[in-house]
Structure formats: C-alpha cells, structure tokens
Design a protein around this ligand. Structure first.
Ligand code: C2E
Ligand code: MG
Ligand code: MG
Ligand code: MG
Length: 284
C-alpha cells in the first residue's frame, strides 16, 4: 500500500519492487488520462526578478499534477515516470503549448519552459517547437528552454544540432541546476548556451560559511567569464539575496521573491498584464 511521507506528499517510489512496478503502471495510465484533458494537469508560473527584487523579467512554467486520490504529486517523480514510459514527448509538448498560449496573452518579456534532455535527442524537436510558436504567434525571442547539464555530457551530434537550430531561431537555451552535474569547462564552451541557473543546493550554502559562499562566487564568475546570464534559484532569505547581488548575479528566483503562482495571480503582479498597465496609466 502506498504511504504518504512526512510532508504529506504521495511518494510514487516508496515501497517494495512489486508495489513499485504496479504503481508506476498505474501512474502512467493516469498520466495519459490527465494529458487527454481530464483537467488534473496544470502549469504554475514562478516569476524571475531583476536584482532589485521588484522588476519581473520573465517567468518559469512548472508543471503541476493534482491526482484525484493522492493530491499534488512531486513534479520530479511523475516526470521521471513519463521519461521511463515514453510519455515525455507528449507531456513536454503539452507544457510548451500551454506556456506559450499563456505568454502570448501577457506583457512578460519571456517565458521559460523546462524540457527533458530526452526531448533534445529527438532530431525533429526544433521543428516541433517552431511550429508550436508559429501556430500560437509567439515570438521565438520570448521563449527560453531550460535543460540540465546531463545534455552537455553526451557526445551527441543530434543534441548539438537541435540546440544550434533552436538558438538560430532566436530561442534562448538555459542550463538549469547548474553545478550539480559534471559538465566540464570545455563542454560549456563548446555547447552554446545563453544562461546558467545556479542550483538551489548552492544558494542554500550561502547561509552557512565563507568557504561555501566561495563556491557560489566561483559559479557566478564562471558565468560572467563565459558572458552568459546567470540566475540564482531557490533564494529564500534576505542574506542570500544580498550576497548574490554583491557577487554580480543578474537574476533572482525563489520563495523570498515569489513562489510559483497560478496564472491569475501572476497576471495581477505589476508589469505582467497589459490590462494592469492600462489601469495604472489611467490612474496616472
Ligand atoms: P527546476 O526547473 O530546477 O525548478 C525549480 C524547483 O524549485 C521547482 O520545483 C520550484 O517550485 C522549486 N522552488 C522554487 N523556488 C524555491 C525556493 O525558494 N525554495 C525551495 N525549496 N524550492 C523552490 P518543482 O515545481 O517541484 O519542479 C521540480 C523539477 O521538475 C523542476 O526543477 C524541473 O526540473 C522539473 N519540471 C517542472 N516542470 C517541468 C516540465 O514542464 N517539463 C520538464 N521536463 N520538467 C519539469
Ligand atoms: Mg527550471
Ligand atoms: Mg533548477
Ligand atoms: Mg533544481
């Protein structure tokens, strides 16, 4: 029987092997149903801020699945199952389409969508993204795609050319969870990317001691040396924020500034909805 863990969240991966296999099959079937439009899958949007902590530069789409029995499931877990069961292409396309449809109704400079490294191994991926954008009418310059370092580790010509095609079309490529993988400096130079996001596990270290802070400083300096943008994720305290700004970090994201929001909540923030701007212009 599946149990809830301490935080009260349903854990797909807990329990013995037979249970695990059965549960994964069940999750797969339920995920297919949700993708067919039973309404359980949604996107939340977490804004990304300038270093003043006020100006919104863009927002990241984060998938949410509320299971009818188990409630909110951790994204990392059902995404791993989708990858394992060959559903990630479909799930990824749904998220991309949904996020772009939302972005086009806003004044947000850009929207960031997470993509699985598996999607980048599909030679048709760049074309698929281009057709979603043109159908919706979203400028490619307003789309960022976040992926993890494991992509850079692969000596894979398909991935390299898919990334090049995406960038040629004006889409920006972001390396997520930076610092947690094994990407070497030579890979970072060879694969062209536009932004690094420092993983939350490093940002958390900032509260600990000086030597831990030196690691974060080195990651930021690496980004600056590569002339790419750098975002800190998981910023939770004023102390972390002050240190990051002092180190030259460009962008901040985290609970201190804003948690992931429902679309309506994001639209209510200043500078996100054109309706808001018209209202404030009328007031002025
Ligand atoms: P990520 O892209 O690195 O996203 C950051 C995660 O940290 C999110 O968890 C976010 O809710 C959480 N977070 C943000 N600020 C804070 C903070 O200040 N403190 C703490 N403790 N956490 C914070 P979430 O939404 O559970 O997503 C987990 C991961 O699942 C994401 O990590 C991303 O890798 C993946 N993911 C989410 N949506 C998608 C998607 O549409 N497609 C794919 N392929 N992966 C996705
Ligand atoms: Mg991300
Ligand atoms: Mg991340
Ligand atoms: Mg992360």
């Amino acid at each position: 029987e599946a149990k809830k863990n301490g935080r009260g969240r349903y854990q797909v991966f807990a329990g013995d092997m037979d249970d695990l296999l059965l549960r994964k099959q069940k999750v797969e079937a339920e995920l297919r149903k949700a993708l067919d439009g039973d309404g359980g899958i949604k996107l939340a949007y977490q804004p990304v801020f300038a270093v003043d902590g006020r100006r919104i530069l863009g927002a990241e789409a984060l998938i949410r699945w509320t299971h009818e029995v188990h409630g909110a499931l951790p994204a990392g877990q059902f995404i791993a199952i989708a990858e394992e069961r060959g559903l990630i292409g479909e799930l990824g396309k749904w998220a991309l389409t949904e996020a772009c449809r939302f972005a086009v109704t806003t004044e947000l400079p850009w929207i960031a969508v997470n993509i699985s490294p598996m999607q980048l191994r599909d030679a048709g991926f760049a074309e698929q993204v281009a057709s979603v954008l043109s159908e919706i009418g979203l400028d490619p310059a307003r789309l960022q795609l976040e992926t993890t370092e494991s992509v850079l580790l692969e000596h894979n010509d398909t991935i390299t050319s898919v990334i090049a095609d995406l960038r040629d079309s004006g889409i920006r490529i972001v390396l997520d969870d930076f610092g947690t993988g094994y990407s070497s400096l030579s890979y970072l130079r060879r694969q062209s990317i536009d932004k690094l996001k420092i993983d939350r596990s490093f940002v958390r270290l900032l509260d600990e001691d000086k030597s831990a802070a030196a690691v974060v400083k080195a990651l930021i300096e690496l980004a600056l040396a590569l002339r790419v943008e750098v975002t800190a994720e998981g910023v939770e305290t004023d102390g972390q924020k002050a240190l990051l700004v002092g180190m030259g970090c460009h962008q901040l994201q985290g609970y201190l500034l804003s948690p992931p929001l429902e679309p309506g909540q994001l639209l209510a923030l200043p500078g996100v909805s054109s309706a808001n701007q018209e209202r404030s212009a009328a007031r002025a």
